[in-house]
Design a protein around this ligand. Structure first.
Ligand SMILES: [Zn+2]
Length: 479
């Protein structure tokens, strides 16, 4: 008996020893320090060009008749006017409903790069704004306006950097493309048509860069330093509906279970059984990169996922939120409709859920699981619309190396890490022609600044604009 307890004690000690040793050895990977190169940009010009771009009211709406097409045309004309060297040295094409493609010939066509952005913005709710949204107002070193962060800022960075390099006679080693859409915010056709055009020309990008992550702080447990998060994949997106049709009738003599009651029961069954956890490459690599920068308590977990993954999963399921969304398909019920009057049973009741699908699953497998959970023959469960998750990009090789190098040069304190993006962006179309699609908004953003994206009082400090331009210069001249 004593031997049994001794053996058990030895096992427990060994277990803790292994966990602690693994955590102690879970240190940041050594990287070669990046040599910093000075880039002097014309700050005044960049800022004034940015204000000009903000003054174009390129607001996207789902209803075509509400779109002010003249403002979009004004924006496109502005590009050619502000960037004469880009206009002279690149081929300019308008593609699809509002797409713009600048093609720059390099010495080789072997490793082409695509710089994406979009110049449409979401509408503003003017009552909530304390500053004008479309005047390009600059006050105390801050530029205010819709699109400063999402994402005329990155578009400006691309154009300023290209102009800066081309005016001095720069010829890139490889071909470059600047691909801008005017309908990203309404999931329009411009970027898909540009992708089709590139594909028909046999172009296989070695690097595609679009908006996405950013240089942020306080987003990963236990990590204090800034992190440069590069989205290497996006979750899929699907709206599903649950419909029950019945006889209707007066609410004074109802059946034992109403249509809404049955829908509610189905919702409860779905919420009680979250989708299974999937540790995808972007998230596994993020844990392995940022976990090493984390505090010791978190290192214990991230260095020992072989035994703590179920615990982490349980914590995520309980807490919900971003960490949970990285680990599984999520399902959020967002709309419900029944009868028009309080005393009438609805002849038709409906609920809608918005799902974000994890890599490895599909819309088909997701709806199949929902149908199983609903388990009510009277409820019709169907896909309204959506898109499967896109493929996962590489975290090695030419495109990744060039990108991460330029990031480290511009934000030397930031830990560069892959991550999984929840939002859907135009970049997903590029996974059809490239394994090197990266989502990184080239800015350092505070939590407060991030709240301005699709919210009110969107703004950017001028110093950050300058850094964005410097980043693109550093990246382009290595391509
Ligand atoms: Zn955007």
């Amino acid at each position: 008996m004593t031997y049994f307890w001794l053996a058990l004690a030895a096992l427990v000690v060994a277990f803790f020893a292994v966990i602690i040793i693994r955590a102690l050895r879970f240190t940041p990977k050594t990287t070669v320090p990046v040599e910093f190169s000075e880039v002097s940009v014309n700050e005044q010009a960049a800022i004034s060009h940015f204000a000009d771009m903000i003054r174009c009211k390129t607001i996207s709406y789902y209803e075509d008749e509400r779109i002010d097409k003249a403002e979009f045309a004004k924006f496109r004309a502005l590009l050619k006017q502000l960037y004469p060297n880009v206009a002279a040295k690149c081929t300019y094409e308008e593609i699809g409903p509002s797409g713009v493609l600048f093609s720059l010939k390099g010495k080789s066509s072997e490793k082409p790069a695509v710089f994406m952005s979009h110049y449409d913005v979401v509408p503003v709710n003017e009552e909530q704004w304390t500053k004008p949204a479309f005047e390009g107002l600059i006050e105390n070193g801050i530029l205010w306006g819709r699109g400063t962060l999402d994402t005329k800022g990155t578009l400006l960075g691309v154009m300023e950097a290209a102009e800066h390099l081309l005016k001095d006679g720069f010829v890139p080693e490889n071909d470059m493309y600047f691909a801008f859409a005017g309908d990203e915010e309404v999931a329009g056709k411009s970027q898909p048509v540009i992708v089709e055009t590139l594909r028909s020309r046999g172009i296989v990008p070695a690097l595609v860069l679009d908006e996405g992550g950013a240089v942020v702080e306080g987003v990963f447990p236990g990590v204090k330093q800034p992190c440069a998060l590069i989205g290497i994949a996006e979750k899929g997106l699907m709206d599903a509906q649950f419909v029950i049709e019945g006889a209707g009738g007066h609410a004074s003599s109802p059946p034992p279970h109403t249509g809404i009651g049955r829908l509610a029961a189905a919702v409860t069954r779905i919420e009680a059984k979250p989708f299974p956890m999937t540790l995808t490459k972007p998230v596994a690599e993020m844990f392995d990169t940022l976990g090493r920068r984390s505090s010791f308590v978190y290192k214990l977990i991230f260095a020992n996922l072989w035994c703590f993954l179920p615990l982490l999963d349980a914590m995520c399921k309980k807490s919900g939120g971003e960490l949970n969304a990285m680990m599984r398909t999520t399902c959020a019920f967002t709309m419900a409709e029944g009868s028009k009057a309080s005393n009438v049973l609805p002849p038709r009741a409906r609920m809608v859920a918005n799902l974000r699908i994890i890599s490895g699953s599909t819309m088909e497998s997701t709806i199949a699981r929902l149908k199983t959970l609903v388990a009510d023959e009277g409820i019709t469960t169907s896909i309204m619309h959506g898109t499967d998750p896109c493929s996962i990009s590489r975290t090695e090789g030419y495109g990744w190396d060039k990108l991460t190098h330029a990031i480290s040069e511009t934000w030397p304190n930031a830990e560069v890490s892959p991550y999984l993006m929840f939002a859907a962006s135009d970049s997903r179309h590029y996974s059809a022609i490239s394994e090197n699609v990266y989502r990184f908004s080239t800015m350092e953003l505070t939590k407060e600044e991030r709240a301005g994206i699709h919210g009110h009082d969107e703004h950017i400090p001028l110093a950050k604009i300058v850094k964005t331009v410097q980043f693109y210069v550093r990246l382009m001249r290595t391509l």
